[in-house]
Design a protein around this ligand. Structure first.
Ligand SMILES: [Zn+2]
Length: 224
């Protein structure tokens, strides 16, 4: 072989290797996008609370995760700074209820809409944020109320997995972790229900393990 062909051959081989590498990357794309499809929404109802919300916020900050907080308006007084911290750290503030008293809010669709308005106004007045998501206290469908809320521009958010902090009496952090993992199985995306009211210290305690599990499983953490 003549010496003058050698640089051309080297170039040709280098080009082939580059194309092979590119091909390998292209075939890897579906696996990557499949992993990105696994998504979990962490949601916290019934706050703000004096004892638990700040702990939850510390953990979320440390883990660089955004979550959604469904607020009870009557619990904001004296905890305005906590509510502002939720907003300031990039989490979503949603409407849960002003009073969380079922007999009042479920008396009629219009009463529920008034209750939602009062909670939204509390959030707006305190943080400057106009909430756009809503969660029914106690869950359920409530079609007439849902229609009214959608007309007001709310997206109604339910859940399909629970950490069990309301459902399992006296649950410790380990039980909450296992409940989150087990109830989320086969759900896509996962919308995990948790609570951050005063009686739920174990929820904050379980949170790092819950996050570690879903992160190891390749989930993306999202807020509404
Ligand atoms: Zn609630």
């Amino acid at each position: 072989m003549q010496k003058r062909y050698i640089p051309a051959i080297v170039l040709f081989v280098a080009l082939l290797m580059l194309l092979a590498g590119l091909g390998a990357r292209m075939t890897a794309v579906p696996a990557i996008s499949f992993a990105a499809e696994k998504e979990i929404f962490l949601t916290f109802d019934d706050g703000p609370s004096s004892s638990v919300t700040e702990s939850i916020l510390d953990i979320l900050k440390e883990e660089n995760i955004k979550a959604t907080f469904f607020i009870v308006g009557d619990r904001v007084q004296g905890r305005e700074e906590t509510l502002r911290r939720i907003a300031r750290e990039g989490h979503t503030l949603g409407v849960h209820s002003q009073t969380h008293v079922y007999s009042e809010i479920y008396a009629s669709a219009s009463r529920l809409a008034e209750d939602a308005d009062a909670c939204a106004e509390t959030i707006r007045r305190t943080t400057g944020v106009s909430p756009r998501v809503y969660r029914f206290p106690g869950g359920g469908k409530h079609p007439a109320s849902a229609k009214l809320l959608r007309q007001k521009g709310y997206r109604i958010v339910g859940w399909n997995a629970v950490c069990g902090d309301e459902e399992i009496a006296g649950a410790d952090a380990e039980t909450l972790y296992l409940s989150a993992v087990n109830t989320a199985k086969g759900k896509q995306p996962v919308v995990l229900l948790c609570h951050d009211s005063a009686t739920h210290r174990e929820t904050a305690e379980a949170l790092p393990r819950i996050i570690a599990h879903f992160r190891a499983e390749g989930y993306t953490f999202s807020a509404f």
